[in-house]
Design a protein around this ligand. Structure first.
Ligand code: FES
Length: 108
């Protein structure tokens, strides 16, 4: 499958997550403080919570429910109670638009 345009880069706010659904896959898109865009699985592995409703903190996305932080670059949980990673997807920026291919996982 090929990458799908999910939103314009200027729809993102730095250090905030934006939930999108691409081909049935819920993804949290994050523009980090360094200007890099990340796409990580939106559903917390500890419970059925949207990570995009949580908080971006120093390279991680924190679940608001019980505080697990997932690393934006790897999807790995940095803190309990979650202990399983969320997937991370490849992001392409083309002419100011953000493209994601949900079949291209960088890390699981
Ligand atoms: S549901 Fe996310 S840490 Fe519990």
């Amino acid at each position: 499958m090929s990458a799908t345009r999910v939103l314009a880069l200027d729809e993102l706010t730095q250090d905030e997550a934006h939930r999108v659904v691409v081909e049935g896959v819920a993804i949290a898109v994050v523009l980090d403080s360094a200007g890099a865009v990340h796409a990580i699985g939106d559903t917390c592995t500890h419970g059925d919570i949207s990570l995009a409703e949580g908080f971006v903190d120093d390279g991680s996305l924190e679940c608001w429910a019980h505080g697990s932080k997932f690393e934006l670059t790897t999807g790995k949980p940095l803190t309990l109670p979650a202990y399983e990673p969320v997937p991370v997807f490849a992001v392409e920026i083309i002419d100011g638009d953000v493209y994601i291919d949900p079949s291209q996982k960088l890390a699981v």
